[in-house]
Design a protein around this ligand. Structure first.
Ligand SMILES: Nc1nc2c(ncn2[C@@H]2O[C@H](COP(=O)(O)OP(=O)(O)O)[C@@H](O)[C@H]2O)c(=O)[nH]1
Ligand SMILES: [Mg+2]
Length: 645
């Protein structure tokens, strides 16, 4: 069954609550104080099925002092009923609430001309005209304007019909999106404990889910779910939901926080955004203190205007009706996503002045006056109602990948910063890689341009190194990383080396060298190297003594020493205890000992005596070699004997 969340909007005493009551049979004014004073102070809730559609009503207060509560209610609505009393017509909060709905891009709605029993035909017609004028050019232009009386019941049927009609245009919400429910009420229920309510704006919540309450990142578990007063196993996006939580006390959470899939949002105190200043508002000045409203949260903050200063070195204010890029700086953490709509009210008096769209919920700490920042925001700008979603996400992802530099953008950030649904993250990453705009390294994405620059820098550094130190086999890998990629994600540096190796450009061992690099040895050194290597190869498991190698091969002691070191760096000779062996001899030894197992099975054992006999070596070599085999995990010592592993 289709579920629609309907919000009321309009001036105080225009009959919003009475209309909801007449439509649902539930009085949305639930607080004692509301009943006593006859006004709505906080949000009220009621539901009713009409023509097979589940309508959840969020009734908001009209009083100017409670616009804050109204804002907590309209965040998740699909449709607004703009309530205008026929006898009073358009009043200040009619306009303010309507402005808020426009700024939040409430997609559709209709107008109720209430208290029709109190107005004669002329008065009614006048009200209708004024409403038409108010909504001209807006999302309510051409929407039904239905006279109705909650007192006599006149027009209620026509209103229900119009409501159902308008609801047909409402699109479903992102059931596959990130689970997100801005909390609007928290209370304790006997026998259940903590219950929160709100409109699930995306994703789904099922019994036993583990979720987070943020800001605060408190982990909770879902004990139960109710939709429209009925227990369910799960609730999906677009439904007003009551969620029974364990792991948290009522006092520990409140309106303004959100129930989220853990790890999908990052708390933030700043965001880059588009702002639209209302036509009737005063100009929005740089540094203005404001009340920032998003979801059900209200947070005090300041607006920094992005862009160049004027000729007088002052930052030009955004004029009424104007649009600009801003960096919002909040005094408390918020849970924000790219594409979120928000409202700004003046700090004092708290009038609605502007609203807009979050472009980047975690902007880098760049200067807000630089042309680069402005250019960056132009690339991030989008219009969710018009733009192709995938394209807009890819554009944003690329900007954020570039921001991240060699550190790379974690795939998770595609969700928390670029607004990509978790199920689409892999696809978006593949698109960027396929279009050669990004490179994937481990679980981060790096800009292809930045990655190419790193590879170029590696080649340049190695070329330089070989030129300066022809006798060195290359730059130690760790030194190269420190020098060129200290802030890089380790996987990014590894990928760059892997890439260059695969392309045949470099060789990587402990040291990194150009593949074309050959040691510049003198003829004498060349000869010595060859003679020494041969001596060790021929020696096998009974290698020559390093101290006398100069004499036996007939080269000078200094050259012999240099070549011994070189051969060790190149891993041609391997040091075992105080002895040196040719790597081939050790490789063969390992293979032969391992092979014992194939013939002797699980019980393959070897002791010093059999080892000496089998490989024809004295104790002097046998002991270090056996210990070497232990270290290499070819054998394991067990008392006097060794097991072949
Ligand atoms: N005559 C008449 N009075 C109404 C009607 N609807 C509401 N009222 C009265 O107008 C007052 C304000 O109504 P309420 O629903 O609380 O207004 P809200 O502030 O917009 O929620 C109450 O005294 C209602 O009884 C109506 O259709 N006809
Ligand atoms: Mg009311």
């Amino acid at each position: 069954m289709k579920s629609i969340v309907v919000g009321t909007a309009g001036h105080i005493d225009h009959g919003k609550s009475a209309l909801v009551h007449a439509l649902t049979g539930t009085d949305p004014d639930r607080l004692k104080e509301e009943k006593a004073r006859g006004i709505t102070i906080d949000l009220g809730f009621a539901h009713q099925t009409i023509d097979g559609i589940n309508f959840a009503f969020v009734d908001v207060p009209g009083h100017e002092r409670f616009v804050k509560n109204m804002l907590a209610g309209v965040g998740g609505i699909d449709l607004v009923v703009l309530v205008v009393a026929a006898d009073e017509s358009v009043m200040p909060q009619t306009r303010e609430h309507f402005d808020i709905c426009r700024l939040l891009r409430v997609p559709t709605g209709l107008v109720a001309l209430t208290k029709s029993d109190l107005a004669d035909a002329d008065t009614l017609e006048l009200a209708r005209l004024e409403v038409r004028e108010l909504v001209a050019g807006s999302f309510l232009d051409g929407a039904p304007i239905v006279p109705v009386s909650a007192r006599t019941g006149d027009g209620l049927d026509a209103f229900r019909q119009a409501l159902v009609e308008v609801s047909r245009a409402v699109q479903g919400r992102a059931v596959h999106g990130v689970t997100r429910l801005p909390i609007d009420r928290v209370f304790s229920m006997k026998g259940f404990g903590t219950v929160i309510t709100g409109t699930l704006v995306s994703g789904r919540i099922a019994v036993d889910d583990e979720l987070a309450v943020a800001p605060g990142d408190r982990l909770v578990k879902v004990r139960g779910v109710q939709v429209h007063g009925l227990r369910q196993t799960e609730t999906v996006a677009g439904q007003r939901s009551a969620v029974n939580l364990s792991g948290v006390e009522v006092e520990e959470i409140g309106r303004g926080q959100a129930l989220l899939a853990p790890g999908t949002f990052v708390e933030t105190r700043s965001a880059d955004a588009i702002v639209d200043v209302l036509p009737g508002a005063r100009p929005l000045k740089h540094g203005a203190r404001v009340r920032f409203h998003q979801g059900t949260a209200e947070i005090i903050g300041r607006v920094a205007l992005i862009g160049p200063v004027g000729p007088d070195r002052a930052v030009p204010a955004i004029a009424a009706g104007g649009r600009a890029f801003v960096r919002l700086r909040l005094e408390a953490p918020a849970v924000l996503g790219r594409g979120d709509r928000y409202i700004l009210r003046a700090y004092s008096p708290p009038l609605t002045i502007a609203g807009g769209l979050i472009l980047d919920p975690q902007p880098p700490r760049t200067g807000i006056r630089s042309p680069a920042t402005l250019e960056r925001l132009r690339r991030l700008e989008f219009d969710p109602s018009v733009d192709n979603r995938a394209e807009a996400e890819l554009r944003a992802a690329l900007v954020m990948i570039e921001d991240a530099g060699l550190a790379g953008l974690p795939l998770d950030a595609l969700t928390s910063r670029a607004g990509v649904d978790p199920t689409s993250v892999g696809g978006r990453a593949d698109s960027l890689v396929g279009a050669m705009q990004a490179v994937r390294a481990g679980d981060v994405l790096v800009s292809s341009a930045i990655f190419t620059r790193l590879k170029d820098a590696i080649i340049k550094t190695l070329t330089e190194h070989h030129r300066k130190e022809p006798l060195s086999e290359g730059v130690p890998r760790e030194e190269l990383r420190e020098h060129l990629a200290a802030r890089a994600h380790p996987a990014v540096f590894d990928s760059a080396l892997g890439n260059l190796t695969a392309a045949g450009a470099i060789s990587v061992r402990d040291r990194v060298a150009l593949a074309t690099h050959r040691l510049a040895l003198s003829p004498e050194e060349e000869r010595a190297r060859g003679a020494i290597e041969r001596a060790y190869r021929d020696g096998g498991l009974k290698p020559p003594d390093a101290a006398s190698i100069a004499a036996t091969t007939g080269v000078s002691a200094a050259v012999a020493d240099r070549m011994l070191k070189l051969l060790q760096r190149q891993k041609v000779l391997v040091r075992v205890d105080v002895l040196l062996f040719h790597e081939d001899a050790l490789k063969q030894l390992k293979a032969e000992v391992t092979a014992l197992k194939t013939s002797a099975g699980a019980a393959a054992r070897i002791d010093v005596a059999t080892f000496k006999e089998r490989f024809g070596v004295t104790r002097k070599f046998a002991i270090p070699l056996l210990e070497y085999l232990d270290r290499e995990r070819i054998t394991r010592r067990m008392g006097e004997t060794r097991v072949v592993l």
